[in-house]
Design a protein around this ligand. Structure first.
Ligand SMILES: C[S@@+](CC[C@H](N)C(=O)[O-])C[C@H]1O[C@@H](n2cnc3c(N)ncnc32)[C@H](O)[C@@H]1O
Length: 347
């Protein structure tokens, strides 16, 4: 069962709805305005903006908009005190996540608003025009250079923070303590691996990813004090045999990136590598309907990949075709629908 505390992070979404308010909130986060407000009970306007380059009009727009968005409250004018609303104080434990989601949305917004028609035509049409894919360019993850590491570290901050809040849900739904050696394919910075290890003291994890990602990930895992249990292996999931010696192989938010043929082939290679009784796990956003989950500003990055998300049925069908025995298909809603799918190689 998902613990209620694992879902509390979803409360940040209410501050990412309106594009104008959300974008100004991002500026307020970027320039340290929100930090100043968190450090005090209430502050006057002059102290709040001290040292910031906004003119009188800019300050007024900022104040009015943050009030409109229920981020702050208080009067304007000489001596008036401004404070965070109780509602916004409620999301302070997740401020890092809110900041990352708004940064990510800003990153994709220019692509979305300038290339909307291409996006409506097809993924390929959109990708050929979009600048987002330069940012997440996996070709720059093959050769470990300081420039490539700096580039990857920037986008890995986004994926790491998103995973920090999604991983606990997966750990609530599955007891990772029943496994001994886990291989997390496309495991990025190792954040998911770190969290599974924290919840299951007997588990050790190998993260399999591209060379630059492994290099940057090692530093992240080291900073979490988990280097003895989370290690990295350079691996190309599109081509190489899946390494043996693991009783659990996981894919968290990875398979939607790949066409059906690659996914089927990869799952076949996982089957070949697992020992009898070994488990494969898929934790992914699922296909969803924007009529039911309307797209807010902070949801833009998820919505842009709408076509890539599949129905759980696809994975179930492929796993059974390959010879796996299904052990669970759990469907639930976080920001959008997700599934946790597990299957076992028969003994
Ligand atoms: C969408 S991210 C998901 C990362 C992580 N699992 C998470 O949930 O935060 C996809 C991951 O797949 C990795 N990746 C992309 N192409 C790959 C390849 N050919 N072989 C191995 N990993 C790859 C990326 O480096 C990235 O870490």
């Amino acid at each position: 069962m998902i613990r209620p505390e694992s879902l509390q992070y979803l409360s940040v979404d209410r501050f990412g709805t309106d594009p104008f308010v959300s974008r100004l909130l991002l500026s307020a986060l970027n320039c340290g305005l929100i930090d100043r407000l968190t450090q005090t009970n209430a502050v006057d306007e002059k102290s709040l903006f001290a040292g910031l380059p906004f003119d009188e009009c800019g300050r007024k727009v900022m104040i009015d908009t943050l009030k409109l968005g229920r981020v702050i409250e208080g009067d304007r004018g000489e001596g008036a005190r401004i404070r965070l609303t109780e509602e916004f104080r409620g999301v302070l434990p997740f401020l890092e996540l809110l900041h990352v989601r708004l940064r990510f949305a800003e990153l994709v917004a220019s692509d979305f608003f300038t290339q909307t028609d291409a996006w409506l035509i097809s993924n390929d049409a959109f990708m050929s025009k979009s600048r987002l894919f330069e940012y997440f360019d996996y070709r720059r993850c093959l050769e470990v250079t300081s420039e490539n590491c700096r580039h990857a570290a920037r986008w890995m901050t986004l994926t790491t923070v998103l995973t920090r809040y999604e991983a606990p849900v997966c750990c609530d739904l599955l007891d990772f303590g029943q496994f001994h050696r886990m291989l997390d394919i496309g495991g990025n910075s190792g954040e998911f691996a770190v969290q599974t290890c924290q919840r299951s003291p007997g588990l050790i994890v190998e993260v399999a990813d591209l060379p630059v990602v492994c290099h940057v990930g090692q530093q992240h895992v080291q900073s979490c004090g988990m280097s003895d249990r989370v290690t990295f292996r350079v691996f190309d999931l599109a081509a190489e045999p899946v390494p043996e010696g693991f009783d659990l192989v996981t894919f968290k938010s990875v398979l939607h990136d790949w066409p059906d043929g690659v996914v089927s082939d990869l799952l076949e290679r996982v089957f070949a590598a697992l020992p009898p009784g070994g488990t494969v796990l898929i934790f992914e956003r699922m296909a969803y309907d924007v009529g039911r989950f309307s797209v807010t500003f902070s949801q833009l990055p998820v919505a842009l990949f709408l076509r890539s998300y599949r129905h759980a049925e696809f994975y179930k069908r492929e796993l059974e075709r390959i010879g796996f025995a299904m052990t669970s298909v759990t469907e639930f809603v976080l920001d959008v629908p997700f599934s946790l799918i597990t299957a076992r190689k028969p003994v």
